[in-house]
Design a protein around this ligand. Structure first.
Ligand SMILES: NC(=O)c1ccc[n+]([C@@H]2O[C@H](COP(=O)([O-])OP(=O)(O)OC[C@H]3O[C@@H](n4cnc5c(N)ncnc54)[C@H](OP(=O)(O)O)[C@@H]3O)[C@@H](O)[C@H]2O)c1
Length: 280
């Protein structure tokens, strides 16, 4: 049986924990489970028969990225699947958001994913194979008030991933962008900072922020089912792997509406758009 080595960031809770738990039960998987605090990975004890490597990894720490990729390479002779899952949220209006906090969110959601991917790409190119799974969000395709900076990070993940997929396909590397709607993880709760609107014009959005906070752990999405779907697509549908994978009914409905609306708009604007070119 050929072993496939998966490297997953942010496996302490949520999607990362669900995926790590599932992967730990697979006979043909070597698992590199990473977290900022490795004591949060004790849940893997019951599955560990030498096929699991647990590593401390904060994706904003370049030394830890380099050390963890090196350790994975030494232990399992490569990484077949990189899952860039670690991520944070932020609720606040565009004008009132706290700059330091949202810059840090970009460090985790965007630069953490970029730095991890750059560290792993040379190994995958050398093997002429590999799959990079990047966690975006329905919020990487569609936008809602009070989430502008979160959207900024996830739209960045979309663009980076789409372009990367074109650059690495000839090297045998595929990219899968995962776009969930609300799932029962810690994201809307402890992983998302919130800034209550103070400016009168924005107080209308206070309820939206509040309802997301109180709705944490009551979302429609089941992270264990998401893990099954991601694993199945990557392990069993490699050849037909889609570039994008919206997960959850809301994600699929919202993304479909956004692209339908854009299709209609671009059709209406066709003549006007084309009139901006130089005459041939
Ligand atoms: N749940 C949803 O509704 C939803 C929807 C769309 C997209 N997503 C995306 O799904 C991904 C996973 O989030 P989740 O929903 O599973 O939420 P979660 O349960 O809060 O998990 C977030 C994970 O990211 C880790 N993390 C945060 N900062 C990190 C850093 N600097 N270095 C390494 N790990 C770090 C956390 O580790 P600690 O335990 O150390 O904090 C935790 O393991 C995120 O990218 C999120 O944006 C979630």
């Amino acid at each position: 049986m050929t072993q496939q080595t998966w490297f997953v960031t942010g496996t302490s809770t949520g999607f990362g924990k669900s995926l790590a738990t599932l992967l730990a039960t697979k006979d043909d998987v070597n698992l590199v489970a990473t977290a900022r605090k490795t004591e949060q990975l004790d849940y893997l004890d019951q599955y560990d028969h030498g096929q699991i490597l647990r590593l401390k990894l904060d994706v904003t720490n370049p030394d830890e990225i380099a050390a963890s990729v090196k350790a994975a390479q030494e232990r399992f002779e490569g990484i077949d699947v990189l899952v860039n899952n670690a991520g944070l949220g932020y609720f606040g209006t565009f004008e009132e958001s706290d700059e330091k906090t949202v810059r840090y969110m970009f460090d985790v959601n965007v630069w953490g994913l970029v730095d991890m991917t750059r560290a792993v790409l040379p190994l995958m190119r050398a093997k002429r194979s590999g799959i990079i799974v990047n966690f975006s969000s329905v919020g990487g395709l569609c936008s809602f008030p009070t989430l502008s900076f979160y959207h900024g990070t996830k739209y960045a993940v979309e663009g980076l991933s789409e372009s990367l997929s074109q650059e690495v396909s000839a090297s045998g590397i595929k990219v899968l962008i995962v776009e969930p709607s609300g799932f029962r993880t810690d994201w809307a709760g402890r992983s998302s900072a919130k800034k209550e609107p103070e400016i009168e014009d924005y107080k209308q959005f206070a309820d939206f922020i509040q309802s997301n906070a109180t709705g944490a752990h009551h979302e429609a999405g089941d992270p264990d089912k998401a893990a099954e779907i991601i694993y199945d697509q990557v392990a069993h549908h490699t050849e037909s792997l889609p570039l994008r994978l919206p997960l959850g009914k809301f994600a699929n409905d919202a993304a479909t509406k956004k692209f339908k609306d854009n299709l209609e708009l671009f059709g209406q604007l066709k003549d006007l758009s084309e009139s901006a070119d130089q005459p041939e």
